[in-house]
Ligand binder design. Structure first.
Ligand code: PAN
Ligand code: ZN
Length: 180
């Protein structure tokens, strides 16, 4: 049995103290995710994890700080994934910034939900998910998911999501993904 514990989350930056584990993804880690080529050391996002055993009796929790920026007309976004155990659900709570949560099923249905301070997005089992930062400031959100979920990035790397969120003349637009 785990010992109870407390962590303190900075709602503005997403920093967790004390921090357990940090994942940092740079433009060079995002190659193939955008229609345009991208490369370089610029950080696209960071994930601050609280480590607990990866079992279905625990909840994994973390915050994501997704920086603002674009590759071509596509906003900075996370890689996106299905959970390895497909029916595992997840909740996101946005604490700072503005974004879109793009979700899709394996048979090609998709859903887009808004992310803004206070949004609680529910991601049911079976839906892949990717966050997109549509503003000029970092998007910060807290996530909680079932401990044994795992992350499957492969199918998203192969065909992406059915739709893309791009910057249009009057703000964010959802367009079909020609490579899906
Ligand atoms: C989130 C994501 C996090 C980074 O914690 O893992 O935002 O996105 P990628 O994992 O797609 O790179 C989550 O959905 N965990 O399950
Ligand atoms: Zn997830």
């Amino acid at each position: 049995m785990l010992q109870p514990f407390t962590r303190v989350l900075d709602l503005g930056t997403g920093d967790i103290a004390p921090e357990n584990r940090l994942v940092r993804r740079r433009l060079s880690d995002m190659r193939g995710a955008y229609a345009e080529d991208c490369d370089g050391a610029q950080v696209v996002y960071e994930v601050f994890n609280i480590d607990v055993p990866e079992t279905n009796s625990e909840l994994q929790t973390c915050t994501t700080r997704l920086y603002n920026g674009k590759v071509g007309d596509e906003y900075f976004m996370t890689k996106g994934h299905f959970h390895e155990v497909r029916d595992r659900s997840e909740v996101y709570l946005t604490t700072s910034g503005y974004g879109r949560l793009v979700m899709a099923t394996e048979d090609g249905r998709y859903a887009i939900e808004e992310m803004r301070p206070g949004s609680m997005n529910y991601i049911p089992g079976g839906w892949s998910h990717r966050s997109v930062n549509v503003a000029d400031e970092p998007l910060v959100f807290f996530a909680a998911y079932i401990g044994d979920s795992g992350h499957d990035y492969g199918s998203i790397e192969e065909r992406g999501f059915p739709v893309l969120v791009v910057e249009g003349p009057s703000g964010p637009e959802v367009v079909p993904n020609p490579r899906y």
